[in-house]
Design a protein around this ligand. Structure first.
Ligand SMILES: O=C(O)CCC(=O)C(=O)O
Ligand SMILES: [Fe+2]
Length: 307
């Protein structure tokens, strides 16, 4: 696995620094498609608490509510805002296996959130989303430099992050304890690729994420404290005509009984281009037919959401 440090410093990076980060992104993305960021500029501590832990704790209060309360906030298929119950989003086509995962998507912090139940969630998520948007701009600029493109190319296609004109969303994930009568082949998250440009993943310390490497073997992407894991999504694969593969990943249910009883949490920031952006290979090849960013994500939502 690859690791990049110091993507964001208080001062504006020098040309040499952009080149260094760009090259490191290029190397990781053209190989396994995943990279860890350390010292990434998203402060660990905010408001006196450890930011990610605090949001996980707050979201836990929501996920532990009774089902009927959560269903008041149910998400609809094409808008990434609201609650999804276990097995309602199916990444696998194995009909008998379950996907034991709950999520709350936040496309914009100005829309539906459970303020009545967990008042602090909205303001805390707002701060993290703002940090993630800033880091997105840095990352996309360095990535363009690494690809020897106009440094602003990708940033220009991601102007409306966190509005209803762009599918970028923060997802709060909650993997509840798993009972022993769960059907065989069930997972926490079945193998899939992400749909957008890139994804930022903040894992807790439970572990379980696995990534498919170039030899088709599943390798563990262990949680490293205070890192962000970044991976390539479908749209970046289309843009780069497979130079950067959207790597499959999954989260299995632990074998050991004791570990199955432990809740796992992650925060995921899925980054997408603005809805009308037409995505086609940037090298002029015809590996993929042109499609708008919105059409692609809606197709994937149609395949996976049982709403
Ligand atoms: O929870 C995780 O570690 C991974 C989640 C994931 O891959 C996703 O939500 O797309
Ligand atoms: Fe994913």
């Amino acid at each position: 696995m690859y690791l990049i440090s110091d993507i964001e410093k208080p001062e504006e990076p020098s040309q040499k620094e952009w080149q260094r980060v760009g090259k490191e992104i290029y190397k990781a993305f053209s190989d396994i498609g995943f990279v860890y960021l350390t010292n990434h500029g998203i402060p660990r501590w905010k408001t006196g608490f450890r930011q990610v832990d605090e949001i996980n704790q707050l979201s836990g209060k929501f996920f532990e509510l009774e089902r009927s309360k959560k269903m008041k906030y149910q998400r609809v298929k094409h808008i990434s805002q609201g609650y999804t119950a276990p097995n309602q989003e199916r990444l696998s086509d194995n009909k008998r296996a379950m996907e034991i995962r709950e999520s709350y998507d936040i496309q914009t912090v100005d829309a539906m959130m459970p303020d009545e139940e967990v008042a602090q969630l909205r303001p805390r998520v707002k701060v993290l989303v703002e940090d993630c948007c800033r880091l997105t701009t840095r990352f996309l600029t360095a990535m363009a430099v690494g690809l020897e493109m106009d440094p602003s190319y990708f940033v220009d296609c991601h102007q409306e992050l966190c509005t209803f004109n762009n599918a970028t969303a923060m997802r709060l994930l909650y993997y509840p304890p798993v009972s022993s009568d769960t059907p065989p082949a069930s997972t926490r998250t079945a193998p899939h690729t992400d749909y957008g440009t890139i994804t930022f993943l903040f894992q807790d310390d439970i572990g379980g994420l696995e990534v498919r490497d170039r030899d088709n073997a599943w390798v563990s992407a262990s949680p490293l404290p205070d890192t962000i894991l970044v991976n390539v999504g479908d749209i970046l694969q289309f843009w780069t005509a497979d130079k950067f593969p959207a790597t499959e990943h999954r989260v299995l249910i632990p074998e050991e009984e004791l570990k199955r009883k432990v809740v796992r949490r992650s925060l995921v920031f899925f980054i997408h281009p603005d809805d009308p952006t037409v995505i086609k290979p940037l090298d002029g090849s015809t590996t993929y037919s042109p499609i708008t960013a919105r059409q692609h994500v809606n197709n994937r939502f149609d395949e996976t959401f049982q709403l």
